[in-house]
Design a protein around this ligand. Sequence first.
Ligand SMILES: O=c1ccn([C@@H]2O[C@H](COP(=O)(O)OP(=O)(O)O[C@H]3O[C@H](CO)[C@@H](O)[C@H](O)[C@H]3O)[C@@H](O)[C@H]2O)c(=O)[nH]1
Length: 458
Amino acid sequence: MSMEALPCLEGQVVAVPFPTRGHVNPMMHLCKFLVQKTTNVIITFVVTEEWLGYIESYPKPNNIRYATIPNVIPLENQILDDIFRFSEAIVTNMRGAFEQFLDQLELPVTAIIADVELVWPTAVAKQRNMPVALLWTMSAAFFCTYLQLDVVLPGRRSAADLLDEEAEHIKGITSSQLIDIQKLLHELDPRVLNIGLDCIPEIAKADYLLINTIQELEAEQINYLKAKSPFRVYPIGPAIPFLELETPNGDSSTKWLDCQPNLSVLYISLGSFCSMSHAQMEELASALKTSGISFLWACRSDAEWLKEKCGDKGLVVPWCDQLKVLCHASIVGFWSHCGWNSILEAFFAGVPVLGFPLFLDQFSNCRHIDEVWKNGRKVGGEKSADFVTKEEIFKVIKMVMDLENREGKKMRDRAKEIKALSRRAIAKGGSSSFNLNLHAFIQDIFGQQVELGPLQKP
Ligand SMILES: O=c1ccn([C@@H]2O[C@H](COP(=O)(O)OP(=O)(O)O[C@H]3O[C@H](CO)[C@@H](O)[C@H](O)[C@H]3O)[C@@H](O)[C@H]2O)c(=O)[nH]1
């Protein structure tokens, strides 16, 4: 679309992500898509001072600008020490800091886009008569499950055995939702779960729900939500950095991959937050060593320790440009914790997933991969604490690495189909509602017609 065709819209959108990587990234990608569709609109992206340090060097358009609130929540490297303290600080301290920030803004605010899990944005926006769009950064399936928590835990009785006693009699809960809910209750601190539950009544008061998913992959859940919800539902995914794929980054991982044969490298990453036990890492490292396959392992805090354990067939890095890595011709499989951004990136790259879920929605995502989308399979047992032996790991990585293996081939074929579907979703006139939804959303919040067109590379 030429710049002349862009609508000239006055106003400011304030975007406020939940302060962890798996949420900041998709919110930023969404904002980049939105400013591509308009001129004059300014998006103010609000993060803590600490988070600004992590993201300010990344390229972004000029009409997205950063604003900070003080570090009123625990620092990133303290989150896992006490998740409840972090969650509590988000619903209390961060709200106050955000309201003070809004008070001193000069430009009028056209709309607020905020992460569902912050809990308070709907109340803050409504007090100020501002429209609010909530962004859900996980799958639509998990959103539906999450909404059911309010049904399953009447009066906030969060005892896990409530489920065992009563679940079969709870109307409207599917057996797979029940499995996911049981996982949540077993894995999550009930105090954190209670904070999560506070989001549910707030969602109902929002004006829009933006879900980082693809219509065709989750049509049933999205159509259900559209039919049932008092607000507009827009699937806007995949909000991943595909517009920046061709921007050179000088990343050592990409250079190393350039020297590897096509379809020869297993990529391993557990996202920005979760980690395996050292014993489990040693087991995986040992299986990699025995198999002799090449691998790229992105392992944030343990990279140095891990280098010693893995042998010399692979590269261990603390961090990499993940979508670029996944789209590299040398990558044949992805050992993933099944965080939703990673899964959307695997879809886009057409890479089969070996799922090793650890937390929250990851079990549900992994089950969908294994049973519904069939672009990969689950590794190991049912609980995050389950230990997977090197023999079992060896078998599963051999399966995905051996290009002649029937099971591996099926997954690869299916991953290729999903890749095509994912790319159609973002192409001009694509059958997914990606462009249509972004346009419709902009029209909704600014009340003006917007010409349709594809997203452009920057
Ligand atoms: O070396 C790396 C490792 C990760 N990433 C990026 O970091 C993000 C990781 O996101 P995700 O895969 O979703 O994992 P988490 O960081 O664990 O995400 C949290 O947030 C997600 C979205 O709400 C949930 O689905 C997860 O369960 C939750 O743990 C993705 O954009 C990756 O591309 C990199 O760029 N380089």
